[in-house]
Design a protein. Sequence first.
Length: 203
Amino acid sequence: MVKVLVASNNAKKQRELEAVLAELGIEGVEVVSLAEVDSYPEPREDGLTFEDNALIKARAGVAATGLPCVADDSGLSVTALNGMPGVLSARWSGSHGDDEANNRLLLAQMSDIAVRDAAFVSCCALVTPMGDEFTATGRWEGTLLRAPRGKGGFGYDPLFEPADTPGRSSAELSPEEKNARSHRGAALRELAPLIAQLEAGAS
């Protein structure tokens, strides 16, 4: 059994990784949350790309705990805004993690824009105590809605209508539907075989 830390305070991200490992039949991996390890200073996410920030968080987790660490950085890329909010998605309104304020600001900025193509983007990083580093990126294409719909998910989910679920926002999907389609799920599936190799090496 190998322990793998998920460097996020969002319990949904831990469950997403557990669901992907179960879906792919990968056993012998215990997914550990930040609540289960000694607290450590949160690293400054000052990277210019999703990959930069994912690696910053994963490296910090390994340095603090000695465990292999998975971290992600993700956000919404809006074509009409030249890919923004992008890495600034969580603090688009100026206050980190204020989903409602971020959504209001984005809707106001896009109020007169007809072309509403958008994509959720996630880069997931796996860093090991031996210094190995791997990254994988997933995209979920869709459209920016003109008003929030749905109560599920988090972040910009109520504003995003995925191309593969027309008529429903990602906040109206079940966790299972979202995991099967999402940007983060795609990136985690790409990393999963590498996580499985960690277990093989520990056994």
